[in-house]
Design a protein around this ligand. Structure first.
Ligand SMILES: NC(=O)c1ccc[n+]([C@@H]2O[C@H](COP(=O)([O-])OP(=O)(O)OC[C@H]3O[C@@H](n4cnc5c(N)ncnc54)[C@H](O)[C@@H]3O)[C@@H](O)[C@H]2O)c1
Length: 327
């Protein structure tokens, strides 16, 4: 069986490609390299440069590599940008998925994993968010992920595909320095960016109804996330068709922004005290996954803690910004 990983040259996709090949799976990657880096891929994994919006390119890779399962990660992922450019986000994330699914159905592919997000929940109002919580995204990015889930399930029902929608919580860390996140959009790289410029890390809002007043999130190591993809892929491949799984991927443990800032200060040995700035619109006070479903369905649990996430992300940051190591 050969797996197509779309977006496999990206931060998470490359981790999935490494985890799957290390476990003996055959993998091919389709990536338009809009944010992907080819050097992240394991040796020997074919990279086809092209967009999921290009039906001919998708058909060629499915047929040329006898693909039987797809892990679809290719997408645009910046919430703020999605507010400014909703049409681009719908085109890339929803039209791209539609083209891919049409090609997948025509090619007789049997298994399809979709990269979704906790953004589908919007502002959850439960302590631990189960998959059955209402999905009310509050930005176009989250809307494209929710629409994507619906498309994937509908195609699965109509065409006998086994499908899974994986709702990632806050992804951090790196399995190796060269695989680390090069973007400065998530909180850990944002903290590194500030402290290596000698500026205090910023906390947006310290008046939330949480024990220390800062937002609480569920951080998941990207190596754990990649391992969960492998577990789900094997589950889908082992079914006769018609599987329809939607699972949160997190640790089920909340960590406040202030707690995270302390871990960053400890790991990096650089500790300007964080400064508190006003709340950002749309940040829920708390978003922590209920992780019971994936444990029950697959016996899967995350194994890494926050310190390992921060330490591995810091190694990657120093490798990419060697000038900051000396400061
Ligand atoms: N990083 C996170 O915290 C997070 C959280 C929840 C969900 N996700 C989802 O995980 C997936 C991967 O995210 P990431 O953090 O690795 O981002 P990333 O930008 O590093 O990776 C995305 C990859 O997809 C490729 N790509 C983008 N548009 C494409 C297209 N039209 N055709 C082919 N390739 C295309 C990019 O070149 C890149 O390699 C995305 O679907 C994202 O929405 C990420």
């Amino acid at each position: 069986m050969t797996w197509l990983i779309t977006g496999g040259a990206g931060y998470i996709g490359a981790h999935v490609a490494h985890a799957m090949t290390a476990a003996g799976e055959q993998v091919v990657v389709l990536d338009d390299l809009s944010s992907g880096i080819p050097e992240r891929l394991p040796a020997g994994v074919p990279l086809v440069r092209g967009s999921v919006l290009d039906r001919d390119a998708v058909d060629r890779v499915l047929a040329g590599h006898a693909v039987t399962g797809v892990v679809h990660l290719a997408a645009k992922k910046q919430v703020g940008e999605s507010v400014e450019q909703p049409l681009r986000y719908y085109r890339e994330n929803v039209c791209g998925l539609t083209v891919l699914l049409e090609a997948v159905v025509a090619a007789g592919v049997r298994s399809f994993l979709f990269s979704s997000s906790a953004a589908v929940y919007g502002v959850p109002d439960t302590d631990l968010v189960p998959e059955s919580a209402p999905c009310e995204p509050i930005n176009p990015y989250g809307e494209t992920k929710l629409t994507g889930e619906r498309l994937v399930r509908a195609a699965g029902r109509a065409h006998g595909l086994s499908t899974a929608c994986l709702r990632y919580f806050n992804v951090a860390g790196a399995a190796a320095p060269e695989l680390s996140d090069t973007g400065v959009f998530n909180i850990v790289p944002m903290f590194f960016d500030r402290i290596t410029r000698g500026e205090a890390p910023r906390i947006f809002g310290a008046d939330y109804p949480t024990p220390d007043g800062t937002c609480i999130r569920d951080y998941i190591h990207v190596a754990d996330l990649a391992d969960a993809h492998l577990a789900v892929a094997r589950r889908l491949a082992g079914t006769a068709g018609g599987e329809d799984l939607t699972v949160n991927i997190g640790r089920g443990i909340g960590v406040s922004v202030r707690e995270l800032a302390s871990v960053v200060a400890e790991v990096t040995g650089r500790g300007p005290q964080p400064v508190v700035e006003p709340r950002r619109a749309g940040d829920p006070a708390k978003a922590v996954a209920s992780v019971e479903r994936i444990a029950e369905e697959l016996g899967w649990r995350a194994s890494y803690g926050v310190r390992e996430m921060v330490a591995s992300a810091w190694e990657g940051w120093l490798a990419r910004h060697p000038e900051t190591a000396a400061r």
